[in-house]
Design a protein around this ligand. Structure first.
Ligand code: ADP
Length: 481
């Protein structure tokens, strides 16, 4: 298959969150499976190793002709194309300290149109991309791709191309005033596709017009048709038959056997290194170095979504159980005060590290016994998957990707990899942690088996790549029939 992937961010060159991870890992996984993949994103800054292809294009948008240049590099079997125009090189990705850039609709319409042009014109080994290329767009930024492609089809190109739109977070729609429609250079017949309550809503356009929709977990795929669709529930419900959920994979950098950040490595067959990681973590954080005290942790973007308020609510109880608590996060300032206060009240038991620290995140995952993730909603979630890989038993709210990756422990049947509590309140959360603490303290053999079950799960990108491959074939079949 030929696949054109387009996203507003692509790690490692541009990344603010999960979208950047997927846009980097999925093209590689598909190329590994033998597909020809071109991945397009903006050139926000100089990209080491990317060369100017010499190709130029002009697009009429918002009343003016805009020229773009294409830079490209090849690695991991993927052709990575970076669209160059002054609107992308302002320093930030989506905005700066004053907020989002006011012309983001223009910037990402330019990216989207350029991506289709790249598919049509980029000289590639083996000739141009095929007429039945699968176009995979993502989130609101590139959700106009099916509309622009439809406009192109009129010109006899990509008549059999299929479109797949990826939903990583339904809370951002890219809404703009209705008069911006005129600037997008789409025929007037597309207005009903983009219109939502009298506004231009790019995400809505992608949802109603892509051949297939995909989100990052099966449970989130169901939830957005009912409760977590941010006003798009009924449209998503109407497309239920074309919507699937595929869990993200975990990057190879998160493997306790080879992790370079750890003082000792370990794997499912030999967990002895994990205790060393715990003792070293306690020492480095100035906590009592004690293997027999349960170490509970949390790493999160400090946002209402992540349910930090529940952690706050149960902390006095958790401290009374004698556990240690280690928290790492950045974001909302109000949680910084919670971190400070917790450290002040329980200096021998708690640490709250406010900031973003990749290396510390690895050390915490490896050195903890129990990991907390009480998110209100969670499209996929990565930390619970890292925890499972690192033998750190997760306690999660039963929602979205958390529900799909963590199965609650059942001592009678000896199944489960952690605890998935519901409803989303402090009582249910505390009960689940209580159950975890008792199991950890009194039933070490059961605990070991639970750790091993978690560590044996397959969260590889190869697995996810195979599922995307099936999705693309399904999308392509819709264009043939
Ligand atoms: P989201 O994308 O909603 O923030 P995910 O669980 O999907 O949540 O991914 C979050 C990623 O960011 C994980 O890799 C996590 O380890 C990392 N992360 C979040 N906060 C921090 C932090 N303060 N320091 C280091 N890594 C962090």
């Amino acid at each position: 298959m030929d696949v054109l992937h387009v996203a507003a961010e692509t790690g490692p060159w541009s990344k603010t969150g999960g979208l950047g991870d997927v846009a980097s890992a999925l093209p590689k996984a598909l190329a590994k499976r033998g597909h020809r993949v071109v991945a397009v994103s903006p050139r926000y800054k100089e990209i080491p190793g990317a060369k100017d292809t010499g190709l130029r294009a002009r697009f009429h948008l918002f009343g003016v002709d805009h020229e773009v240049r294409y830079h490209a590099l090849e690695s991991d079997g993927v052709v990575w194309v970076f669209v160059d125009n002054p609107c992308f090189t302002r320093g930030g990705i989506y905005g700066d300290s004053r907020g989002s850039y006011p012309d983001n609709l223009f910037r990402y319409a330019l990216l989207t149109r350029a991506a289709i042009d790249v598919a049509a014109r980029l000289p590639l080994v083996g000739g141009p991309l095929a007429d039945d290329t699968v176009f995979h767009s993502n989130d609101w930024h590139t959700a106009l791709l099916p509309s622009y492609l439809e406009a192109w089809r009129q010109m006899g190109r990509f008549t059999h191309a299929a479109t797949v739109h990826g939903l990583h977070n339904c809370s951002h729609h890219g809404t703009a005033p209705s008069d911006s429609f005129a600037g997008l250079d789409l025929p007037l017949r597309f207005w009903p596709v983009l219109d939502m309550h009298g506004y231009v809503n790019p995400l809505k356009a992608g949802i109603v017009s892509a051949d297939r929709l995909v989100t990052v977990s099966p449970t989130y795929a169901r939830e957005i048709t009912r409760t977590h669709g941010f006003g798009l529930e009924h449209l998503l419900a109407g497309r239920r038959e074309q919507l699937v959920g595929i869990l993200n994979g975990v990057d190879d950098a998160w493997d306790p056997k080879t992790d370079k950040h750890l003082p000792a490595n370990f794997d499912v067959d030999d967990l002895s290194g994990k205790l060393k990681c715990k003792l070293e973590l306690q020492r480095s954080l100035g906590l009592p170095v004690e293997g027999k005290v349960p170490l509970v942790s949390m790493i999160a973007r400090l946002d209402h979504q992540k349910g930090i308020d529940l952690v706050e609510a149960i902390t006095p109880w958790l401290m009374a159980q004698g556990a240690q608590l280690v928290m790492l996060g950045s974001g909302s300032e109000k949680y910084k005060a919670f971190f400070r206060e917790t450290e002040r009240r329980w200096p021998r038991q708690a640490r709250g590290w406010y900031g973003f620290d990749e290396s510390l995140a690895h050390k915490i995952e490896a050195g903890s016994d129990i990991f907390l993730m009480p998110s209100r909603f969670e499209p996929c979630g990565l930390n619970q998957m890292y925890s499972l890989r690192y033998g750190t038993v997760p306690v999660v709210h039963r929602t979205g990707g958390l529900a799909d990756t963590v199965q609650s422990f059942d001592p009678d049947r000896e199944v489960g990899t952690g605890w998935a509590f519901s409803p989303h309140d402090a009582g249910a959360f505390r009960d689940a942690i209580g159950f975890a603490l008792v199991t950890w303290g009194r039933f070490p053999e059961s605990w070991r088996r639970m750790q091993r079950r978690g560590m044996s799960q397959d969260f590889s990108w190869d697995r996810a790549g195979a599922l995307y491959e099936r999705l693309y074939a399904w999308a392509a079949s819709s264009r043939r029939s």
